[in-house]
Design a protein around this ligand. Structure first.
Ligand SMILES: [Ca+2]
Ligand SMILES: [Ca+2]
Length: 207
């Protein structure tokens, strides 16, 4: 559920739209045969199976009441992170700077939301944090995005911890920051460059 007290209507609408997409993605994912295999890939194999099954049944039934509440903060409050998840109070925080910047790119917002939901899943089913950025790995898996071996290694080695200070309270968070987010974009940029180079080579071969 989105706490709309803190949000302007444009940002709130973006998060609501993205939430609807996330519900569809999670329901679809929960119904898939490879559900368990993908969960094990992202979160290891020592999780509480009963807790996972509880989540799976909720998602299949279209019941998302237990998902974290969502709040929108300023970029400064989030210290430049795009979004973050705090397990202690089961809350996802979105940066309004990030929402403004990606207002025309809902799929980017969806990916980040699913990443933070991944951190929530880890918090629910595992006693200890899965090493690396399991949230981002989860986000890619549920959306059916293929990752290269080097991208998987980078995610598993990523330290996504931060702290969030809100009205005297300190929360340990797992965050999506612009650097990790932009990594995916820069990979795309490299791919475009590679395609360009290949085209150039083909062009000269047939001269
Ligand atoms: Ca975690
Ligand atoms: Ca982790």
């Amino acid at each position: 559920m989105l706490n709309t007290n803190l949000a302007n209507s444009t940002h709130a609408a973006l998060v609501e739209e993205s939430l609807k997409n996330a519900y569809n993605t999670l329901s679809d994912f929960a119904n898939r045969e490879e559900f368990l295999l993908k969960i094990q890939t992202a979160f290891g194999e020592t999780f509480h199976a009963d807790k996972l099954e509880g989540l799976r049944q909720q998602w299949i039934a279209g019941d998302f009441a237990s998902l974290p509440q969502i709040e929108i903060l300023t970029g400064t409050q989030l210290r430049g992170a795009n979004a973050a998840y705090a397990g202690e109070n089961n809350t996802i925080y979105f940066s309004e700077d990030f929402l403004s910047q990606y207002a025309d790119n809902l799929s980017a917002i969806n990916s980040v939301l699913l990443e933070e939901i991944g951190h929530y899943v880890d918090w629910q089913i595992n006693d200890e944090d899965t090493p690396g950025d399991e949230g981002e790995y989860f986000s890619n898996l549920v959306q059916g995005f293929e990752l290269s071996e080097s991208q998987i290694q980078a995610l598993q080695g990523e330290d996504d911890y931060g702290v969030l200070n809100l009205e005297q309270d300190w929360f340990k968070i797992e965050q999506n920051n612009p650097t990790s987010f932009l990594n995916l974009s820069s990979n795309l940029a490299i791919s475009s460059l590679q395609i360009f180079t290949i085209c150039l080579v083909i062009f000269y071969m047939y001269q």
